[in-house]
Design a binder for this molecule. Structure first.
Ligand code: CTP
Ligand code: MG
Length: 605
């Protein structure tokens, strides 16, 4: 996504000094004065327009570019062509035409039938490029692919090496962000999947919009993140204006169940029957927010489609806004998300553990404590007429949308390393027992009930977004933040080891142990399968590796025992820490304490 802010001169907002928001507001440094802010609505409109003039075409290989470019140029002006492969090794090209009209011209010249197949063709922006029946010549072009292999998975070994060679922990955090954040093509494809459904459903539903939300658009998504989609009634004031006297007749749904549950059933059936690329459709219709899950094979995306959850979109906007206010926010959030995954605090499946969304709120809340971000209450107070938004069930989602209207603030000059360390320390000491985390207030508030973890929903304050989290998982969170703080601090002293800085925090523990076993000599290089079969006796590397392997096989038992010992030690340490925590922990009443102890007894931490 493009740069959001342009910076300008030092400025002083005298007027705002009178407001409560400005307790900590003085001057903004020249480097972080936002002059031009691109709002969430503007970005969404730009991405949706881009998708309306784009196509995804399956091709034979990246060398199909010249032919595809030549062929499409007969009908349209092509802006750019981006290439990627899906996990099945199939090649695709996303073509962006210069206008929607251009795209219509290309589509009008599509073939919709395959003679031998008994299928009903479907108009969708996903196509394939048939081999030419004869020799076709296209003018020679100097153009080339805008991107080749644009959706390749991050090469973890290469990333590890790069992180190893960083100068500081802050550089590591920034590099991790740069290498793993969802890229432009990833965002384009997500909007294409949304567009595909919009095109398919538009013959049945008038004025609908399908919009990505969640980490695909809030700035905290990583490459390969899931795609959350919402189907909404995209009614404008014009469409409902009383002077439009001809009105569509409506179909009232009869029957006991909620009409939207039935619509979602229909949507699921359409996905199965009419959406090319959609597979493994699952209906989860009895949840609080009914969803249809499916996999989109051509783009390798796991999608969750829900209906009319506009508050989810506004929440994404709020997160986008907070992430845009300072360029340290997103790298920090991604580092914390990655660490949480590595220590298995988060997990792909839903359960009684924390998920990425509340975890992100924990980071934002911590940054509010550092006076780096304003509270949501302050954003609400600064809202203007154009910021008014009402979501489903009359939920008020009004807050300041334009970050450049925020009074200038001194946001401190802590670097990413310090912020990460302080994040762990902050939550290692946080009073989860009595306090709730409120991004709305920007301060801890009293917990209204005895649920283990209470993170107030910033748009609907009566709700706790972490109500699913169990006592055990909260305990694990507390333990892991302590471990992480200790590990990060220990890693800063002395020589840089191969798990220095964030490396020790973001690698899966199992991977780390395996790497310990396979390391070559004192270097950071690992034994590769190729090295193991290298027969050249005079190659010093090869000799070293072989003796290493021999030593490994001899000492494998010792190593395994050592590993086991260290695991047992770790467990004992954890147990000690846990016991200490248990001793020092205060409970609301004996009933709660007995309940916590009962749950803990059956649990290995
Ligand atoms: N959301 C919400 N209230 C919740 C849970 C989710 O408003 N209690 C909204 C948020 O906007 C969130 C989005 O739904 O970003 C999608 O939720 P989820 O997929 O769980 O989180 P993501 O931020 O998309 O993270 P991930 O990358 O793990 O999918
Ligand atoms: Mg998501």
């Amino acid at each position: 996504m493009s740069v959001l802010f342009q910076t300008g001169k030092l400025c002083l907002y005298k007027k705002c000094l009178k407001t409560s928001f400005c307790k900590y507001v003085f001057l903004r440094k020249a480097s972080d004065v936002p002059r031009q802010f691109v709002s969430f609505d503007e970005i969404v409109a730009q991405r949706r327009a881009e998708a309306r003039r784009s196509l995804v075409v399956q091709v034979n290989s990246e060398s199909s570019f010249t032919e595809l470019y030549g062929y499409c140029s007969k009908y349209a002006t092509v802006n750019d062509i981006h290439h990627y492969k899906n996990s099945g090794g199939e090649h695709f090209m996303l073509i962006e035409c210069s206008t929607e009209e251009n795209l219509k011209d290309v589509l009008q010249n599509c073939s919709s039938h395959q003679k031998d197949l008994d299928v009903m063709a479907v108009p969708s922006p996903f196509l394939w490029f048939r081999a030419a029946p004869g020799k076709e010549k296209y003018p020679v072009t100097t153009r080339s692919l805008a991107v080749k292999d644009g959706c390749n998975k991050v090469d973890e070994d290469a990333l590890y090496e790069e992180l190893l060679n960083c100068g500081t922990v802050s550089d590591q955090i920034q590099l991790l962000y740069d290498r793993t954040v969802l890229n432009d093509l990833g965002i384009r494809l997500r909007y294409m999947v949304a567009r595909q459904l919009e095109v398919i459903f538009s013959s049945l539903y008038a004025n609908i919009a399908i919009q990505p939300f969640g980490s695909s658009v809030n700035g905290f998504g990583k490459m390969g993140c899931d795609l959350d989609l919402v189907l909404t009634n995209a009614l404008t004031n014009e469409m409902t204006a009383a002077n439009r006297r001809l009105v569509y007749q409506e179909k009232k749904t009869e029957g006991g169940r909620s009409p939207w549950q039935r619509h979602m059933e229909l949507v699921a059936a359409l996905l199965e029957l009419r959406a090319p690329g959609a597979a493994r459709v699952q209906r989860v219709l009895h949840a609080r927010v009914p969803i249809v899950k499916y996999a989109h094979d051509m783009t390798d995306l796991d999608c969750d489609l829900c209906y009319n959850n506009t508050s989810g979109v506004y929440m994404s906007e709020l997160l986008y806004l907070l992430g845009s206010m300072d360029n340290r926010v997103r790298p920090l959030v991604l580092a914390v998300r990655r660490w949480a995954r590595a220590v298995t605090l988060t997990c792909a499946q839903p359960g009684r553990w924390i998920t990425n969304f509340p975890l992100t709120l924990l980071v934002l809340f911590f940054l509010q404590q550092q006076r780096l971000l304003p509270s949501v209450r302050q954003l609400v107070q600064l809202a203007r007429k154009g910021d008014i938004r009402i979501a489903e069930d009359n939920l008020n989602c009004t807050f300041l949308r334009d970050a450049s209207r925020l009074p200038a603030a001194s946001r401190g000059d802590h670097n990413l390393q310090t912020l990460l360390m302080q994040f762990f320390e902050y939550y290692a000491q946080f009073d989860f027992q009595d306090k709730a985390i409120s991004v709305y207030e920007g301060n801890p508030v009293r917990k209204p009930n005895a649920l283990p973890l209470y993170i107030v929903n910033p748009l609907e304050q009566a709700l706790n977004v972490s109500r699913n989290v169990s006592y055990e998982e909260l305990e694990r969170l507390r333990l892991e933040v302590r471990n992480a703080a200790w590990q990060l601090e220990a890693g800063l002293e002395g020589k840089k080891g191969d798990d220095w800085g964030i490396l020790g925090l973001i690698e899966q523990r199992s991977t780390r142990s395996l790497k310990k076993l396979l390391r070559v000599g004192n270097s950071h290089r690992l034994v590769s399968v190729k090295d193991l079969f290298n027969d050249k006796e005079d190659d010093p590397n090869s000799t070293e590796i072989k003796s290493k392997v021999q030593r490994l096989s001899k000492t494998e038992k010792d190593n395994v025992n050592e590993l086991k010992d260290s695991v047992v030690k770790d467990e004992k340490n954890s147990q000690n820490v846990k016991e200490k925590q248990t001793q020092s922990m205060k409970y609301k009443n004996t009933q709660v304490r007995n309940e916590v102890n009962r749950i803990r007894r059956g649990k290995i931490v």
